[in-house]
Design a protein around this ligand. Structure first.
Ligand SMILES: [Zn+2]
Ligand SMILES: [Zn+2]
Length: 299
């Protein structure tokens, strides 16, 4: 991969995975920018779930503060396992370092949000049909853009219909519950291709959560690479130093770009700090971002 000399990100450390209250973080976009600036970060990527609105709201503050801001997003994708008999959720980060994503991409995002809303409406109806007073509006008041089953769980607990999160998922929200409603969702391979087509850099977020044995993990990442995957999140608050070393080596072997970030959510995840993660286990050199920048500049 050719190196580009005039990268805009310079030296120091960056954080390429952070959420604002436009998805499920607690800080406003402006507060997140101020914190990044106080933390001496050389650049920050805003990677809210399913929306660019946090990034867009943060831009004016970032410009005023002289902080390079990266347009990012975290997307929920579906991975079929056991020969297609079941599936799990895989988080894919996408970064747009050169210009805005295509209209097709933003149209697709709007559709995804529409599917989520439809699922939420059907879920509320299913709960109401069983005599529970739970509305979409009540869940949305807790979840905003990203309203999903965890927010329904909170409403169910607050109203005394469920004793705990586990109880709410087991009896009402989980895949085996009678009121479960499946959301239409694209596969990881499909979303990787969609991101590439839109000019973005697709990256597998927190690969530790794939929960796979080493061989299966390697095979799956190879398959994703063939679908167009570009990067692997090496640094993450949930990665121990041993896991960081493992993923760094795996990325090198598979010719994937190393990336990293804290997955900062403000006081929703109190143990995780912007730029440094949990107990300082995240420290992402600006050179990682330089390589991503060079990739889209030349690729
Ligand atoms: Zn995630
Ligand atoms: Zn995240």
């Amino acid at each position: 991969m050719p190196e580009t000399l005039d990268s805009p990100y310079g030296t120091g450390f960056v954080d390429l995975h952070a959420h604002t209250n436009e998805s499920d973080g607690s800080l406003t976009p402006a507060e997140l920018v101020a914190l990044a600036k106080n933390s001496d970060l050389a650049a920050l990527a805003v990677t809210d779930h399913d929306t660019f609105s946090g990034y867009e709201k943060a831009l004016p503050q970032a410009k005023a503060a002289g902080l390079p801001l990266v347009r990012g997003i975290e997307l929920n994708t579906r991975l079929y396992v056991n020969g297609g008999r079941s599936h799990r959720s895989v988080h894919l980060l996408a970064y747009f370092l050169h210009g805005e994503p295509s209209h097709q991409f933003t149209d697709w995002l709007n559709e995804e949000r529409e599917h989520r809303r439809l699922r939420n409406r059907l879920l509320a109806e299913a709960l109401q049909a069983r005599g529970m007073h739970v509305t979409v509006e009540e869940a949305e008041a807790r979840g905003r853009v990203l309203t999903g089953r965890p927010h329904f769980a909170r409403v169910l607990i607050e109203k005394g219909y469920a004793a705990s999160f586990e109880d709410a998922f087991r009896r009402f929200l989980g895949e085996d519950a009678p009121t479960y409603v499946q959301r239409k969702s694209k596969t990881t391979d499909e979303v990787i291709a969609i991101v590439r087509h839109a000019g973005g850099i697709p990256v597998i977020a927190h690969p530790v959560r794939l929960g796979l044995q080493r061989d299966a993990e390697r095979d799956l990442l190879l398959r994703f690479k063939q679908a167009g995957l570009v990067g692997l999140e090496i640094y993450h608050s949930e990665h121990t130093p041993e896991l960081q070393a493992h993923y760094r080596q795996l990325a090198a072997e598979l010719d994937l770009l190393p990336t990293g970030g804290s997955d900062f959510h403000g006081n929703i995840k109190p143990g995780v700090r912007l730029g440094t993660g949990a107990d300082g286990n995240v420290r992402v050199p600006a050179s990682f971002l330089d390589r991503m920048w060079a990739f889209t500049n030349n690729g």
